[in-house]
Design a protein around this ligand. Structure first.
Ligand code: PGA
Length: 234
């Protein structure tokens, strides 16, 4: 409609997304911005706790997350898998083993995300349910820093498969076949339940839900597969 076109000529879109969505959302924004060049986009990338605070303060139009917050009230739409996997260096002794019991992690130095991370929350929940008590050697507030720590031999960690899937670096890492993993999760896009979305936000929401399966096929072909570092090497 004419109203839509007017609304789309210019406008602002404010997005806040969890750390792992940075591997995917910017790729979607490219074609969206080409289609609607007059739009200013701000993209905030942070952990779940900070996203929840931004929700409560009504700071953004749309949010992307994986752990559903207890509050505020949201309207949510799942759009892609975001599994958590155990990542080790390719030369790790467990990399060649199958069906490893989760208790094996008790003996592994572990690199853990910071408090406020949804990854950390999901990992701690699984460990608590299975009486696993890992030796946390290092706590780091960044998936990328954790990957460097793993590559450097500091320990193993649990991260979203997206942290290694969408880059050419996956040959450095192996996904360990440990009982209880992958932890199945999804990305959701959502907004405050009571919020009237702008035309721009509505269009991006629709675009994200429509385009993400095709983009995932193109850029994330190994998603959900029990990929090993070796198989993933180019
Ligand atoms: P986090 O979220 O940065 O809060 O850990 C990432 C994820 O859950 O995929």
């Amino acid at each position: 409609s004419i109203a839509d076109l007017k609304g789309m000529k210019q406008g602002k879109l404010s997005l806040a997304v969890i750390t792992t969505a940075k591997y995917f959302v910017p790729r979607l924004l490219g074609p969206f911005c080409k289609r609607y060049p007059g739009i200013d986009i701000s993209l905030k990338v942070t952990n779940h706790q900070n996203i929840q605070e931004r929700m409560i303060n009504n700071q953004d139009d749309l949010f992307i997350f994986s752990q559903l917050p207890s509050q505020p009230d949201l309207k949510t739409y799942p759009f892609l898998d975001n599994p958590l996997v155990v990542i080790a260096p390719t030369d790790h002794p467990l990399a060649s083993k199958k069906n490893i019991p989760i208790s094996a992690l008790n003996n592994e130095p572990f690199i853990m995300r910071e408090p406020g991370s949804g990854t950390r929350e999901a990992v701690q929940k699984l460990f608590a349910a299975n009486d696993v008590d890992v030796k946390v050697r290092l706590e780091l507030g960044s998936n990328e820093a954790i990957k460097q720590g793993i590559a450097g031999g500091l320990g193993v960690s649990v991260l979203s498969q997206h942290t290694i899937i969408s880059e050419g670096t996956s040959g450095e890492f192996a996904i360990l076949d440990i009982e209880g993993f992958p932890i199945p999760r999804q990305w959701y896009v959502g907004h405050l339940a009571g919020k009237q979305l702008s035309v721009v936000a509505e269009s991006f929401l629709k675009y994200l839900l429509e385009e993400s399966p095709a983009l995932a096929k193109q850029f994330l072909p190994g998603l959900g597969q029990p990929m090993s570092g070796k198989e993933a090497a180019p």
